[in-house]
Design a protein around this ligand. Sequence first.
Ligand SMILES: Nc1ncnc2c1ncn2[C@@H]1O[C@H](COP(=O)(O)OP(=O)(O)O)[C@@H](O)[C@H]1O
Ligand SMILES: Cc1ncsc1CCOP(=O)(O)O
Ligand SMILES: [Mg+2]
Length: 266
Amino acid sequence: MENKTPGALLTAMRAKPPLVQCITNYVAMNIAANVVLAAGASPAMVHAAEEAGEFAAIAGALTVNIGTLSTQWIDGMHAAAKAANASGKPWVLDPVAHYATSFRRRAVADLLALRPTIIRGNASEIIALAGGESRGHGVDSRDPVEQAEDSARLIAERHGAVVAVTGVVDFVTDGTQALRIEGGSPLMPQVTALGCSLTCLTGAFAATIPADPFAAAVAALSTFAVAGEEAAKDAAGPGSFSWRFLDQLAALDGAKLDAKVGISAA
Ligand SMILES: Nc1ncnc2c1ncn2[C@@H]1O[C@H](COP(=O)(O)OP(=O)(O)O)[C@@H](O)[C@H]1O
Ligand SMILES: Cc1ncsc1CCOP(=O)(O)O
Ligand SMILES: [Mg+2]
């Protein structure tokens, strides 16, 4: 693919459109599926160990989120990640609140060993993933993205993954190149599971351009940044923001995305 701008990738995604297997949490399942649909791809929430691996082989990409974890779910995550690797499909890890309990820490260490293509987390999650002291509060970040940038670079180099850190200004790196993306709205963290939904959408873009997960991550974050900023304009609060955000995702086109997004070198 010649043109890898977020807008070009949004157009390419809709032309495809990719099937994305999302192993996500109970909180996120509905909104994440709606976000992926509104953006123009096909989500499928498939996590049972009995079928997760078989499904990963037919999906364009896989996303794995540890938000509401159990031993049975971990079995499904491992089966799916191994199948994605075996069939050359990209997969995205969302290490929700992995610092909170030893069960989560172990789960994330085991998933990292399966070499995710992209890791997407908030600043507190990324700082802790690099071994730093994070101020994460359950699933919510209490750290600025700027403080997670070095952690992101370290993780990218250590695990050979693209790392996307989200917050007021997002940061993406593959260990060599790095970009910042402005936009979005303070209402976004007021709506539960929007980060989890972004992880699923990142899978949709990764399926669109499997050879360039950095461009895929940038496109996903850019889509959220512009749709979020537009949705916030007329929103009275998190409730009306939520449905306006879905409408903005659906209304966004490639040209508008490229015209509005604020991306800068980092
Ligand atoms: N204060 C903010 N201003 C603008 N955008 C934000 C803000 N906080 C989060 N976002 C956006 O919300 C989305 C979810 O990110 P985040 O809240 O960091 O994830 P998580 O829900 O996993 O904690 C991203 O698109 C991010 O850019
Ligand atoms: C509230 C909650 N509890 C377990 S998972 C989850 C959703 C977290 O969503 P996000 O990481 O996108 O804020
Ligand atoms: Mg999260």
